[in-house]
Write a protein that binds this ligand. Sequence first.
Ligand SMILES: NC(=O)c1ccc[n+]([C@@H]2O[C@H](COP(=O)([O-])OP(=O)(O)OC[C@H]3O[C@@H](n4cnc5c(N)ncnc54)[C@H](O)[C@@H]3O)[C@@H](O)[C@H]2O)c1
Length: 356
Amino acid sequence: MGPFRQPKLYYVNNWPSVKIFGDDTLIIYDRIFDQIPSARAWIRAFPACYAVKSGENLKDIDLFPGHIKAIERVTRKLSSRKLKIVVLGGGSVGDFGGFVASVFKRGVELIHFPSTWLAAFDSSHGGKTALNVSGVKNQIGTFYPATQVYMVKSLLTSQPPERSFEALGELIKMGLLAGGDLYSKMNRVSAFNSKALWRLLPLVVRAKYRIVNKDPREQTGERQVLNFGHTLGHIFEAHFALPHGVAVLAGIQFSLEWSYQRQLLSQKEYLNLMRAKFWKKAVDKKMSSTWKHLNMLALLGEAPRTYMGYLQQDKKKSGVRMLGFVFLKKPGAPTVINVDFKEILAEISRQSSFWG
Ligand SMILES: NC(=O)c1ccc[n+]([C@@H]2O[C@H](COP(=O)([O-])OP(=O)(O)OC[C@H]3O[C@@H](n4cnc5c(N)ncnc54)[C@H](O)[C@@H]3O)[C@@H](O)[C@H]2O)c1
């Protein structure tokens, strides 16, 4: 197991020349880009192309053999020794393409072009790839960092506005975990629009690498804090089919409430957070998004056995019925505490009655 090689990061205004990636490069891309003429022309310039439909189905292990056979066919003319895979898409395409790069021909160079804010903030940087098994997310995967990650301004800032609401989960997560400069800049933006997200992007990415570099393969536990908002977030995502970032935002709210209830977060810090500008702007953003009717209380109102089923599947469980839950003491100071599933269920029912 080699050390984690941090990818080279590029922040560019427009698509770079395809030539720099050489003659033996396959691009795996979200097929929505076939509808965008400028992207389509860029994609067509690659020596080999493979279009995919994004989403959780793409990560289904049962469909993987079909994909690999097709990829083998389209890359037959390329040199396997020099083969590189460029992946253009959001987190699902990144998880799939990253996994392909890690196993195809025993591993080929991987270059990410994240196309959603979620992928640009988070999923393209941590080196984790994933496939789903029988509908359970991320059960198969590898640690396989890209060698390069390109953040293309014209690509990221042309996303529809609801995508920027979906990104707030990972952005606010990193702001709360990192504190300091990122937290104060996150508070100072006038609105969470594309311009602001592009400006915050390098700070979010730097904060993510600070954590990943300490524990690239999740061995020391230091990386566990990145799971902030994700224990409940994953349940909401799977059960209510919410976008990852929206589900994580709801999971963060749950975690903050619980941190306060357990007196890990003081009343002063809790009130500061709830009155903070970033929180108000996130609420404003939600009200102008397709998720304006999403109700946190309704998310918590399921039968306990439903939650129990998902908790048991949670790959981060540290004992049979325990898992490391990420609480916050203040911005920049997360803490991981092992909690029993029963405690989580009790807190779910406390919060749903408290709000209701
Ligand atoms: N590997 C990791 O560390 C990690 C971390 C977080 C999330 N994830 C995974 O990421 C996935 C969620 O990420 P996502 O929301 O980016 O997923 P996604 O790839 O499914 O993209 C979401 C939607 O955005 C569309 N889209 C992509 N780029 C666009 C663009 N530029 N303009 C307009 N629409 C665009 C896609 O077609 C899709 O409909 C999940 O599968 C999750 O498990 C992985």
